[in-house]
Design a protein around this ligand. Structure first.
Ligand SMILES: Cc1cc2nc3c(=O)[nH]c(=O)nc-3n(C[C@H](O)[C@H](O)[C@H](O)COP(=O)(O)OP(=O)(O)OC[C@H]3O[C@@H](n4cnc5c(N)ncnc54)[C@H](O)[C@@H]3O)c2cc1C
Length: 404
């Protein structure tokens, strides 16, 4: 790995680092340059069973991690898809099925081994290279190649998991009821609402509330999930106890030529009613994008805002609009999408790097608020002053700050 980084630097070619290869913005690849593909660094080893400390290769996927930890009764709060890489998802956040119970994926990282831009292999944790350790947890691939992570895993092997669906015409009742309930629901419960899914009927698509209750206590799970069932007329309910490793889904590859535009933002409690009202109106209109809302409070919100480089801890919701289709269809949908986001802008904050299909300077500004950005730029100047690692939501090295 060190030789690969040194070669890329010496060649002057564009360098990309590829983990699971799932970046919406295609950040793990480039044309005509060097791609360091980490897929062979996929080891998953429990190194301290008592404390739940596990070593995970920088190119492992979440499917490999879940399958590797399940026999030990362990799991890590991750994303929802097996083929997504641990590297990309963790370095920018990681909002998955146990985010309210155990926090973001990056909250579980206790150390990382990193090859920096000068080809050195360093450890980053609370004691060694602490600013790098801070920056890696939210700063994406800006600081080097993570060859391995050490995570603290959780003793949750099984979860109550499934979809509860309601008729589309009940959306205006379900969405606010869901958001109000999740605000004070037990941390064990994590939930996503999907609606206006063009592949399930568009305007007529059922409102789908996905739930995951971390743990196998049947009564506690029912107590946590039943208030959601009571929000409206349940037309489908397949919630059942599953091994966490079976909850993650296979990530399909879209057919050639299909374009995909994801835009997302965070919503604080006071803005939830306005955002839901706008999304309800949008979702009831023809050609609405597919809308997905995630409740992100719980444990993720109890970590100090400056403890990691993931800044939007106080958000109550994170939502995404998704538009997919052949290029001309996506292009035709753009003006309407821009109009939707213009309405939403006064009520939302920031953006979640992992759910963006673009990585322009305005995206970087949305992902990193000023204080976070300033600190990241100082770390960048120290560890990557020539911006070797630029295939990401790129933080440019600060011109005149040094690390404290
Ligand atoms: C089907 C699908 C489902 C998803 N579900 C979720 C979800 O539930 N929750 C969620 O939070 N996100 C989710 N995502 C978003 C996902 O977190 C991002 O797309 C993420 O960037 C993917 O990481 P990757 O390693 O697979 O991607 P890559 O394209 O390989 O890499 C993405 C970025 O991370 C960098 N990178 C990757 N690994 C390393 C490493 N080891 N060291 C240094 N840099 C590295 C790359 O250089 C690049 O900048 C999903 C994405 C898809 C496509």
């Amino acid at each position: 790995m060190q030789a690969a980084v040194r070669f890329a630097v010496a060649s002057g070619l564009t360098l990309s680092v590829r983990g699971g290869g799932h970046s919406f913005a295609g950040l793990g690849t480039n044309d005509g340059g060097v791609v360091i593909d980490l897929r062979n660094l996929a080891e998953v080893e429990v190194i301290d069973r008592e404390r739940g400390i596990v070593h995970i290769g920088g190119g492992a996927t979440w499917g490999e991690v879940a399958a590797g930890l399940s026999p030990y009764g362990l799991a890590i709060s991750s994303g929802d898809t097996k083929s997504v890489g641990v590297g990309g998802l963790t370095l920018s956040g990681g909002i998955g099925w146990m985010v309210r119970k155990y926090g973001l994926a990056l909250d579980g990282v206790v150390a990382a081994r990193v090859v920096t831009a000068d080809g050195e292999l360093v450890r980053a944790d609370d004691e060694e290279n602490p600013e790098l350790y801070w920056a890696l947890r939210g700063g994406g691939g800006n600081f080097g190649v993570v060859t391995a992570f050490e995570f603290r895993a959780h003793r949750t092997r099984d979860v109550y998991f499934g979809a509860i669906e309601f008729p589309a015409e009940e959306a205006s009742k379900i969405l606010p009821g869901w958001a109000d309930y999740l605000r004070n629901a037990p941390d064990e419960l994590t939930s996503i609402v999907n609606f206006a899914n063009p592949f399930a009927g568009g305007v007529d698509a059922p409102v789908q509330v996905m739930v995951a209750f971390a743990g196998d206590d049947e009564r506690a799970a029912a107590r946590a999930i039943d208030p959601i069932r009571r929000l409206g007329t349940v037309i489908r309910d397949d919630v059942t106890l599953k091994a966490y490793s079976d909850v993650l889904v296979d990530g399909g590859t879209p057919p050639a030529g299909i374009r995909f535009v994801a835009r997302g933002a965070f919503v604080e409690e006071t803005s939830v009613p306005d955002v839901l009202q706008i999304l309800l109106e949008v979702g009831a209109s023809e050609r609405s994008p597919f809308i997905s809302l995630r409740a992100v409070g719980g444990a993720a919100s109890r970590v100090a805002e400056d403890a990691t480089a993931y800044a939007y801890r106080q958000a109550e919701l994170m939502f995404v609009t998704n538009t997919a289709g052949p290029e001309h269809v996506v292009d035709a949908a753009r003006p309407a999408l821009n109009a939707i986001w213009k309405r939403l802008a006064p009520h939302t904050s920031g953006a979640y790097a992992n759910f963006l299909t673009t990585a322009a300077p305005e995206d970087v500004a949305a992902v990193y608020p000023p204080a976070t950005h300033r600190r990241l730029a100082a770390v960048k100047r120290h560890y990557d002053p020539r911006n070797v690692f630029s295939g990401n939501h790129n933080v440019l090295p600060a011109s005149n700050t040094t690390l404290e």
